[in-house]
Design a protein around this ligand. Structure first.
Ligand code: MTE
Length: 392
């Protein structure tokens, strides 16, 4: 049988994929969307969820380390990445409801005190592909998430230098994305309080190196604990506003119904609220779904995170949710970063098993059995599961 996977692997498939990729302006060996690609420089083995605007998902088995290596860090672009970025000519303007608007060069920015934040960045749409019924949008599996150490000046230092007026309530970010046709630009804002938080950054570095273009070179916002969309890449403008920015990516984009919505039901904008901090969630990274396992000592590994809250505990069930046992949390710990966890499983007999993981955070939030269905498929956080077979 010819599947799409082995079709792309054949010579004719590769030529076809190459022609497609050339036509859309990416690397000529780029694989078909949804397939693994070994050919995006610096991003080997990632799942290509969209090729038109590059959206790369990390296969969950890559989440082995507390810090996600940059080459395995997911990429989410709403439009084309900037084709040219001249660091020498780049300026970041700070304006709006401020006493002294100004623009800062990359050289000046790099002279400011650098602050580092280890943050789990997750796309609001991570897990959308698991929603039932289906919702439109990039059909992410479980891997639009990763943890990086981001460094750069605190946003509040830049804002204090401009002097925020009392009218200032929100801080707007604009990136240098290449906007295709009449699509609205990717502009969003965050409340002033979050912008002034000591951990909100204008990051120039990720995991100890200058940001890759995919991740926002030369500078991006880093709004820790919040959905990835808050952390604008390729920053060029910061503007203090007297209210939330009005634009497509604030409304109708990135909003959730105030009360549970039924599939197909229209939700009025006034009955929605913006998506901000991440929910509580865990992920089983090993064994892989569908794995055939040998032996009577099996280590179940995973990650758990909760946005602005801490993880209190992770429990594992190996009997499809009838009983739960505590997992051991890893030592590595930072305010906005995921925790690694492990569970030493000793299956008593061969057979088919459903292994589940469930996280609880310090706010008392527990991962639900079912995701909260919503029309855009945001914040999927149902209890994670893998089905495995323990061999005789
Ligand atoms: N910033 C700009 N300028 N343009 C974008 O499309 N995507 C956002 C955010 N910042 C985006 C952006 C979204 S939806 C996410 S989830 C994160 O970037 C992803 O960051 P990453 O690609 O570095 O992983």
């Amino acid at each position: 049988m010819t599947t799409r996977r082995n079709f792309v692997g054949t010579a004719s498939g590769a030529v076809f994929a190459g022609a497609l990729a050339s036509a859309i302006g990416f690397h000529p060996l780029l694989a078909w969307a949804g397939e693994k690609s070994l050919a995006i420089p610096g991003k080997d083995g990632m799942l290509v969820r969209s090729a038109r605007f590059l959206d790369l998902e990390m296969p969950v088995e890559y989440a082995a380390d507390w810090i996600t290596p940059t080459h395995h860090f997911f990429v989410r672009n709403h439009m084309h990445e900037p084709s040219t970025l001249d660091p020498a000519g780049w300026k970041l303007s700070i304006s709006g409801e401020v006493e002294k608007p100004y623009a800062i060069s990359l050289t000046e920015l790099s002279k400011l005190a650098s602050h580092s934040v280890t943050n789990t960045l997750e796309c609001a749409g991570n897990g959308r592909g698991l929603q039932n019924p289906k919702v439109p949008g990039v059909q992410w599996g479980k891997g639009a998430v990763g943890t990086g150490t981001f460094s750069g000046p605190q946003l509040r230092v830049l804002l204090e230098r401009a002097g925020v007026k009392s009218a200032g309530k929100h801080v707007m970010f604009r990136g240098l994305d290449q906007v295709p046709g009449k699509v609205p630009p990717f502009i969003r804002s965050i409340p002033l309080e979050k912008a002034m938080d000591a951990d909100t950054l204008v990051a120039t570095h990720m995991n100890g190196a200058v940001l890759l273009k995919h991740h926002g070179f030369p500078a991006r916002a880093l709004v820790p604990g919040w959905i990835g969309a808050a952390s604008c890449k390729w920053l060029t403008e910061i503007k203090v506003l007297d209210k939330e920015f009005e634009g497509n990516f604030m409304s109708p984009g990135y909003r959730m119904p105030n009360t549970a919505a039924k599939p197909g039901e229209a939700v009025k904008p006034e009955n929605t609220h913006p998506v901000t901090a991440l929910g509580v969630k865990s992920l089983i990274t090993s064994p892989a779904d569908g794995a055939a396992l040998k032996g009577r000592a099996i280590a179940v590994h995973g990650m758990a995170w909760a946005g602005e809250a801490d993880i209190a505990r992770v429990e594992v069930s190996t009997d499809a949710g009838t009983t739960w046992k505590p997992a051991r949390l890893g030592h590595d710990h930072a305010k906005y970063a995921w925790r690694q966890w492990t569970y030493a499983w000793q299956p008593q007999k061969p057979g088919a098993y459903v292994v589940l993981s469930r996280a609880t955070d310090t706010q008392g939030r527990v991962q639900p059995d079912q995701p909260v269905w919503n029309p855009s498929g945001y914040l999927y956080n149902a209890i994670d599961q893998v089905k495995v077979h323990v061999e005789a």
